[in-house]
Design a protein around this ligand. Structure first.
Ligand code: LAN
Length: 741
């Protein structure tokens, strides 16, 4: 049984005619508004779940008996919890849309096309929904952004155009959309200007020459580990993506020729003929729209040298023997990753690449079936169509935040069943064993005791997921067992604590999955023009703060277990957090937008370690920062451009975003800002309540997650979790505590 697994299958008879009509209507509405509404709000799933669970808001719950703060907030919370409970799945997780990036579907479509498995894996309905999604997210200028809210890029325009063609769209299909897309590509320098990841996919398909790629020699994997650029020392995501990429490159693999492929060779290069393209020049070309991290000169020199001198030698006897050995090694690592993630893989990019490599190695292998069967874990349908998600979901992460949010309302008695289910899910999601074999050989850190971001099948523990889960199960262990279910066994907590302690870096900070294994200066060899900070696993305020919170909660309940070690770890981590604070009092957030998110974590970490508004200059400065960004309307609304440009920017002059507003409110409550001045908190809470919808849900606003500085990603449950959490704390820590009773 696959805990937390979420996938879609088409059932033509599902629902009543009225419900089908309703869904049709939502889809049409989305299409009509597509130029204005860039985000999908997951209405489809929400509608289906809510109607299956038959929520009927009782009149009395909505009625405001007295116009008194406490009553208003309580009524809003009850409605919010009631609605959110209808979205909870059987296993205790809350299935949700984790889409946003627009470079993922094309990889899948190209991979399946090459393998000849497209129609076997994607039903007619899947393919129709994918096309609908792609058209829905095409920008007015004909191109596609790196993510649903982004400006058009060559990377996503060319790849999505190709994907649509492979899905059967004609050159002039989509009522002119395809022609417009092609025009965008040609006007911006043609696909010779696609970033390196795009070049790789196009080469695999056979519409771009391998000669026009910079080298990705698989021999890198044969280097001794002490070499700083050994792939085993890189950030696990980068390592896992470049692993299969180096296999495809090392083999110069090209898929079968077909009429569409030959036609694409003509469509993608404007007036230049395919055999006339200057491939050597193309190696380093990149459209300015895509260029977030331009190659430093040293990179061009390295790639140039490898391309001109090393590659021709490595491809020829006797060095071809070395290449073969390198390819075999790479393949072993691919199989290891597949087996240890039940063929889900660490992310959407290496999932498809690994699948393709396995098929190339042996098209008859039983492994192929296992891979194909786990594609659907990545696909999600919403009113904007079917998308490929950035992970196989955000199940564990959402569940631990949701549990903390729900219990913060202190309405646990009423909503205990939700907590009990979530508790079960969290307990069932812990990774119980290390991955197989001699883990060092496979460059894996220990996993036992950790929690993943999504599901235990994925099996890669993350520092902050482990810490937040630890904190949550500790919290639940203090609640009555008949309400939230039995507490987790202490041995399992010890495992989690042990894992966390092994994850700390020299200078106190925590990275995402593994301690940093190499040096930040290696970023100069980051070849992915569209992503920043990918080479090593940097240290993050979010991860560090979460670990501090997890460990300090643990220490309170288990004061004698590894006390000194934990205390030393926390002290070092706090120093790191203080050092990371920026002069204006904020912290840069790397995994959601942006300074509001980072500052929430900064404050939470410091407070968990015992600092207060009175004793900590850091906390006072952080509060002042947040207050300085409060909008006239009372909320906060940070734009995704903050992440890319590294300066705080608002979405619009006075537009609140409920998730940003919730983080700021939570941070200020945590810092006990209310003791100084309650007014900003009251105004923020009012913004949240005013945004709530009739049925208790909150509106989906601008995209709120991010990775690698430049790509945004949706967290569709945040709009429920964080307003609930913030209003819950506001109710119990501001209104009830501060009002004269
Ligand atoms: C995620 C999702 C979760 C996220 C948090 C747990 C929120 C964070 O605190 C630590 C980092 C982590 C685990 C994270 C890292 C980068 C991921 C895996 C993603 C944003 C989801 C998708 C992204 C992945 C790298 C996408 C594939 C693209 C590449 C550039 C390889």
């Amino acid at each position: 049984h696959h805990i937390g697994r979420q996938f879609w299958e088409f059932d033509p008879c599902a629902g009543t005619p009225e419900e089908r009509f309703q869904i049709d209507f939502m889809q049409k509405e989305f299409f009509k508004n597509k130029l204005h509404v860039k985000h999908s709000s997951d209405l489809l799933m929400r509608f289906q779940f809510a109607s299956e669970n038959k929520v009927e808001m009782k009149k009395s719950q909505v009625q405001e008996e007295k116009n008194d703060d406490e009553v208003v907030v309580k009524a809003s919370l009850k409605k919010a919890l009631r609605f959110y409970s209808t979205l909870q799945g059987e296993d205790g997780s809350w299935p949700a849309d984790y889409g946003g990036p627009l470079f993922l579907l094309p990889g899948l479509v190209i991979g399946l096309h090459v393998m000849g498995a497209k129609d076997a894996v994607l039903s007619v309905e899947h393919q129709r929904e994918i096309r609908r999604y792609l058209y829905n997210h095409q920008n007015v200028d004909g191109g596609w952004g790196l993510h649903i809210e982004g400006h058009s890029t060559m990377f996503c325009t060319a790849l999505n155009y190709v994907a649509l063609r492979l899905l059967g769209e004609k050159m002039d299909g989509g009522e002119g959309s395809m022609t417009k897309a092609r025009k965008w590509i040609i006007d911006h320098g043609s696909v010779t200007h696609i970033p390196s990841w795009g070049k790789l996919w196009l080469s695999v398909l056979g519409v771009y020459e391998w000669m026009g790629n910079n080298p990705l020699p698989p021999e890198m994997w044969l280097l001794p580990y002490f070499v700083p650029l050994h792939p085993g020392r890189m950030w696990c995501h980068t390592r896992m993506v470049y692993l299969p990429m180096s296999y495809l490159y090392g083999k110069r693999f090209v898929g079968p020729m077909s009429f569409t492929v030959l036609s694409l060779r003509r469509e993608l290069y404007g007036s230049t003929l395919y055999h006339q393209v200057n491939w050597d020049l193309a190696r380093n070309q990149c459209a300015k729209e895509d260029l977030y991290y331009p190659h430093p000169m040293i990179q061009d020199i390295i790639w140039g040298g490898l391309h001109k001198f090393a590659e021709p030698i490595l491809m020829r006897w006797p060095f071809s023997k070395l290449r073969k050995k390198a390819l075999d090694t790479v393949m072993e690592h691919i199989h290891y990753e597949d087996e240890n993630t039940r063929y889900i893989c660490i992310g959407p990019v290496n999932k498809v690449l690994n699948m393709l490599c396995c098929w190339i190695e042996d098209p008859k292998s039983p492994v192929n079936k296992r891979h194909l069967s786990r594609i659907k874990d990545y696909l999600w349908i919403a009113e904007d169509g079917m998308k490929m998600q950035g992970y196989n979901g955000s199940q564990l992460w959402d569940a631990v935040f949701a549990a903390q949010a729900i219990s913060a309302t202190n309405l646990v008695k009423e909503y205990g069943h939700m907590l009990q289910k979530a508790h079960n899910f969290i307990k069932n999601s812990q990774i119980r064993e290390n991955s197989s074999g001699h883990i060092k050989f496979w460059y894996r850190h220990i996993t036992r005791g950790g929690w993943p971001f999504s599901t235990p099948d994925n099996g890669w523990p993350v520092s902050d997921c482990t810490a937040e889960a630890l904190k949550t199960v500790l919290m639940l262990s203090q609640m009555p067992c008949d309400i939230v279910g039995p507490a987790i066994a202490p041995e399992r907590l010890y495992d989690a604590v042990h894992l966390l302690l092994t994850l700390q870096n020299e200078n106190g900070g925590f990275s995402s999955y593994e301690p940093m294994r190499s040096y930040p200066w290696l970023e100069v060899i980051n070849p992915a023009e569209t992503f920043g900070d990918i080479i090593v696993d940097y240290q993050y305020v979010e991860c560090t703060s979460a670990v501090v919170q997890g460990l300090t909660s643990f220490m309170k309940l288990y004061p004698s277990h590894k006390r000194e070690e934990i205390q030393a770890c926390v002290d070092k981590a706090i120093t790191f957090i203080e050092n990371m604070q920026l002069p204006d009092g904020s912290w840069y957030g790397s995994w959601a937008i942006c300074y509001t998110y980072g500052t929430w974590f900064g404050i939470k970490g410091l407070v968990a370690a015992g600092k207060t508004y009175e004793t900590s200059d850091s906390i006072r400065k952080a509060c002042a920062f947040l207050l300085s960004k409060q909008l006239y309307s009372g909320g906060w609304g940070e734009s995704y451009t903050s992440c890319m440009e590294k300066t705080y920017t608002n979405i619009a002059r006075n537009k609140s975003h409920i998730t940003n507003t919730s983080w700021a409110l939570l941070a200020l409550i945590e810092a006990e800002q209310a003791k100084i001045d309650r007014m900003p908190l009251d105004r923020a809470a009012k913004v949240l309540i005013d945004h709530q919808m009739e049925n208790g849900d909150f509106p989906q606003q601008e995209i709120i997650g991010v990775f690698n500085k430049n790509c945004m990603i949706s967290y569709s449950s945040y709009r429920n979790i964080f307003p609930i959490w913030a209003l819950g704390e506001y109710l119990n820590r501001v209104i009830r505590k501060m009002s004269p009773s």
